[in-house]
Ligand binder design. Sequence first.
Ligand code: ADP
Length: 220
Amino acid sequence: MIILGAPGAGKGTQSDWLLNKWEIETIVVGQLLRNEIVKGSKLGQFAEKKMKAGELLADDIVLDLVQPEVEKLKDKDWILDGFPRKASQAVLLDKLLANDNESLNFVASLRVPDEVILKRIEERFIHLPSGRTYNLSFNPPKVAGKDDVTGEPLSQRPDDNATTFAARLKSFHEENDPLLAHYEGAVMKFEGKSSKEIWPKLEKAIEDRVIPQLEETVDL
Ligand code: ADP
């Protein structure tokens, strides 16, 4: 399945909750890019500049990163978070899946008002090596400023500052309608002001629509 939504809409949070409930893997494109930055690879250096500017990377660059991850999970169920972000990437994903004889079971679009997102971003902290994300109001770390698992320091994402975030949100609003149009008829929208409000709706939709499809596949 793929999970669409603005930066800060809670794609990562919903994915984590889905992972806790079902045997599912995630591919988190932003985290793959942050890993490249930590490694200091050529791609990482390039991605760092683009991310700091709040700009999207070119489609082929992101596809090169996503394709091997999707292929690694060929016989598993997965959630793709962060790809596609625009209609042209959706076309690339369609091709990739068709080549592998696969298709999407579910397209979820999270809808959260911009003002809620902006507040959330100010309070978002991340453990950069793992991608574990905390929110000071809803999901604070057990010890202030420290990752729950490793005890290492948390930081704010360099691209979560006001200027960069405004650019990311603007790009999201430009790309989102054509992206949703690509999935018209297949996309399910989930609205809410908090992740907790969205979760039961998403959970139920997956129980009703995805789980029966998986069981059918197993029966064959
Ligand atoms: P968010 O969903 O909060 O925007 P991500 O961690 O998914 O954050 O992405 C961070 C940045 O990584 C984006 O602002 C963009 O620069 C880059 N990026 C992530 N996914 C893509 C993509 N599919 N296409 C192009 N650039 C991407």
